[in-house]
Ligand binder design. Structure first.
Ligand SMILES: [Zn+2]
Length: 243
């Protein structure tokens, strides 16, 4: 996966990318949501979900074959199958990629505020642990471009469930007025990863705001509608590391 596909996280030891407005066009032509499809040479199989802002992580256990997925709706994909690029789509939500190169498993997560607050990141780690004997301390994680606290003011319907579930995580919500606060979703997810036992030095963050950087990203909040989304993905390579 070369730089044309998108932004890279230096700490991930496998092929991966965080898409931008322009780059993953060569991927999109192949994609059918909720399916495994044949991809370009660099990524022989592409897997995507129909995303629903849930905490449902879908397991794609090896061997993987092309066609509609048995479970088509969800917001995280987990696989131990090589050469299968698992993809998520985001426009302001957070793409999160996980790799355990010892256990041989990767995960791609779409985390908006609903999914993040409800715990899609810990739930996905739990599947890596249960199904592939992954250990959180050997996980490497990358948190991708998303709307930043600079541009993400939220109100009671977001603030109340956040405060109820995570009262002790400073810096995630910063009050801006009565019933208003700035939400730092990337920081929330970093807290969750640390809480699950991922080492601080194993977490990369591409600290760019999709709303500020119109030159690089689509933003649902800026554009007021979906005019485009970015794909991000991660893949175990059969060519191999640690297998
Ligand atoms: Zn911003």
């Amino acid at each position: 996966m070369n730089a044309d596909w998108g932004l890279q996280a230096p700490g991930l030891p496998v092929p991966h990318f965080f898409g931008t407005r322009t780059t993953p066009l060569q991927v999109q032509g192949f994609i059918e949501l909720g399916s495994v499809t044949e991809g370009p040479a660099e990524a022989p199989c592409l897997a995507t979900l129909k995303q629903i802002h849930s905490t449902r992580a879908v397991l794609l256990k090896s061997p993987v074959t092309t066609g509609p997925l048995p479970v088509q709706e969800g917001d995280a994909l987990v696989t131990n199958h090589p050469d299968t690029l698992i993809l998520v789509r985001t426009a302001d939500c957070v793409p999160v990629l996980l790799v355990d190169d010892r256990a041989g498993v990767v995960a791609a997560i779409h985390a908006g505020w609903r999914g993040a607050v409800a715990g899609i990141v810990p739930d996905t780690i739990a599947i890596c642990v249960k199904e592939f004997h992954s250990h959180p301390e050997s996980l490497k994680a990358a948190i991708g471009p998303s709307i930043g606290p600079c541009c993400y003011e939220v109100d009671a319907p977001v603030i109340d469930p956040m405060r109820a579930r995570y009262p002790d995580w400073p810096g995630v919500l910063e009050e801006t007025g009565p019933g208003k606060a700035r939400l730092d979703l990337k920081r929330l997810i970093r807290h969750q990863l640390l809480h699950e036992g991922v080492a601080p030095e194993a977490i990369d963050m591409v600290n760019l705001c999709t709303h500020c950087r119109a030159d690089l990203f689509y933003s649902y909040r800026r554009e007021g509608q979906v005019i485009g989304t970015m794909f991000s993905g991660v893949m175990l390579s059969a060519g191999g590391w640690g297998r």
